[in-house]
Design a protein around this ligand. Structure first.
Ligand code: XIL
Length: 377
C-alpha cells in the first residue's frame, strides 16, 4: 500500500487560500508532515532490512558462513560476517593439517593461531562457532599420512588430537563435525587412513571406527554437539540410506551422535520438485531419530553470471531456506564462504563459480534477497 505521506503535499497545497493565515498554517502543516514522514521512512527503512541473522533469530535458526582468518581485517569481509551471520565456521583452520601440522614429539605440534583468531572474532560479535573437522581423509599432514604408523599408534595420535583440539575450544565451539565424508556414494565405508589404511583398529568393521571416535569426542567435551557431516547426502539414495542406517544404529545403541551435517554443494540441476521433495523427506527421517540437522556448506555453483543464471540460483537458494524453516530440526543454514571473492568453487570445479550470496565486490546478489524474503515473509 502506498504511504499516505506521498499524497500529503497535494492535500496541504489544497488548504492554501489567499490570505496570510492560510499560508502560515500550510507552512506549519508542511513542517509537521515532513518531519513525521521522514521518521516514518526511517522506521520503515529499518524494518525493511534486518540482516539475515536478525531475520533468522525468531526462527531459531543460525545463519552461518565458513570463514578464513586471513580476510577478517578486510573491512567489507569483517563487517558483513559480523552483521549478517550468527554462526562462524573455520573453512580450513581447524582441519588436522593446519591446526596440528607437526608431530607430537615437536615442541610446538599445534598451531592454533588461525582458529583462535576466528573464535575470538566470533565471540566479540556474539556469533556461535561450529567446529570443522576432526576425522577426515583430506588435509591431513604428511607427518601422519607418511608416518608409517600402525593402527594402535594411529589411534593414540587421533585420540590425542581430538582431546587437544576439542579441549582447547570446549565451551567455545558448540558443535563439531567429528567425522567428515566417511561414506562413499554407493553407501560403502570409504577406505581411508582412519578406517583401514591402516585405520585406528576397526578395519573391515564398517562404521565401528566412527562410533569409536564419537565416543572419544564425547569424552573430550561432554557439552559439544557431535555431528557426522557429508556431501551428496541430501536426497534419498544409497548414500543417505547408509548414513541413515548408521545414525539409526548409533541412536538405538546410545552412541553419542547429536546431528547430521548436510553439506549441500549443489548446482542448478538440484532445482527440481522431486529433488527438493526428496531432500525434505530425507531431513524428516533423520529428524525422526531425534537428530539436529545442519545445512553446513551450502553453495550453488553456476557456469556463468548471466541474469538468468543468477535468478535461477536465487530461486533455489530461497527454496532451500524455506525447506529448512519448514523442518523444525533444521537449526543451521550455513554457506561455504559468503562472497564469490573467496569461494573454493572456481579452484575445485573447473569453469564454475558465482556460488554465494555476495559477488566478488561484496554486492548482494539476487540470492541474498530470496534467502532474506524466505526468512521475513
Ligand atoms: C575446502 C575448502 O573450502 C578449501 O579452501 C580447501 O582447499 C579444501 O577444502 N567439503 C568439506 C570442506 O568438508 O572442508 C571442503 O573445504 C569442501 C568440501
Amino acid at each position: 500500500m502506498d504511504s499516505p505521506c506521498a499524497a500529503l503535499p497535494d492535500r496541504i497545497l489544497a488548504l492554501i487560500r489567499p490570505g496570510s493565515r492560510g499560508i502560515t498554517v500550510a507552512a506549519f502543516l508542511c513542517l509537521i508532515v515532513l518531519l513525521s514522514c521522514r521518521s516514518e521512512s526511517m522506521f520503515r527503512g529499518k524494518r525493511a532490512s534486518p540482516t539475515l541473522r536478525q531475520a533468522a533469530a525468531p526462527h531459531g535458526v543460525f545463519i552461518g558462513a565458513a570463514a578464513d582468518s586471513a580476510y577478517l581485517g578486510e573491512d567489507n569481509y569483517g563487517n558483513l560476517l559480523a552483521s549478517e551471520f550468527s554462526q562462524l565456521q573455520a573453512e580450513n583452520e581447524m582441519k588436522f593439517g593446519i591446526i596440528h601440522p607437526r608431530p607430537d614429539t615437536d615442541p610446538t605440534p599445534y598451531d592454533f593461531s588461525g582458529a583462535d583468531a576466528l573464535v575470538s572474532f566470533a565471540q566479540s560479535h556474539s556469533m556461535v562457532v561450529r567446529g570443522h573437522t576432526l576425522v577426515w581423509h583430506n588435509q591431513v599432514p604428511d607427518w601422519v599420512t607418511k608416518g608409517r604408523y600402525k593402527a594402535p599408534k594411529l589411534a593414540t595420535i587421533l585420540q590425542g588430537h581430538i582431546n587437544t583440539v576439542m579441549g582447547r575450544y570446549a565451551s567455545k565451539v558448540y558443535a563439531w563435525d567429528v567425522v567428515n565424508e566417511a561414506i562413499n556414494d554407493d553407501g560403502t565405508v570409504r577406505d581411508t587412513l582412519w578406517y583401514d589404511q591402516p585405520g585406528i583398529g576397526y578395519a573391515r568393521q564398517g562404521t565401528a571406527y566412527i562410533e569409536h571416535v564419537l565416543r572419544w569426542a564425547r569424552a573430550a567435551d561432554a557439552n559439544a554437539k557431535l555431528f557426522y557431516n557429508d556431501y551428496n547426502a541430501e536426497i534419498m539414495d544409497a548414500k543417505s540410506d547408509a548414513i541413515y542406517a548408521m545414525a539409526a544404529d548409533f541412536k538405538s545403541r546410545g552412541v553419542p551422535l547429536d546431528g547430521i551435517g548436510f553439506q549441500t554443494h549443489v548446482d542448478l540441476s538440484f532445482d527440481k520438485p522431486s529433488t527438493l521433495a526428496s531432500y525434505a523427506s530425507n531431513l524428516q527421517r533423520f529428524a525422526a531419530l531425534g537428530l539436529d540437522l545442519h545445512i553446513t556448506e551450502l553453495d550453488i555453483r553456476l557456469s556463468d553470471s548471466s541474469p538468468a543464471s543468477l535468478n535461477a540460483q536465487a530461486k533455489l537458494y530461497g527454496e532451500l531456506m524455506t525447506m529448512c524453516l519448514q523442518q523444525p530440526k533444521c537449526r543451521v543454514f550455513q554457506t561455504w564462504g559468503f562472497t564469490d571473492k573467496y569461494s573454493w568453487i572456481p579452484e575445485f570445479f573447473s569453469g564454475k563459480g558465482w556460488a554465494l550470496l555476495w559477488d566478488v565486490n561484496y554486492q548482494k546478489k539476487a540470492a541474498y534477497t530470496t534467502v532474506h524474503d524466505a526468512l521475513t515473509k
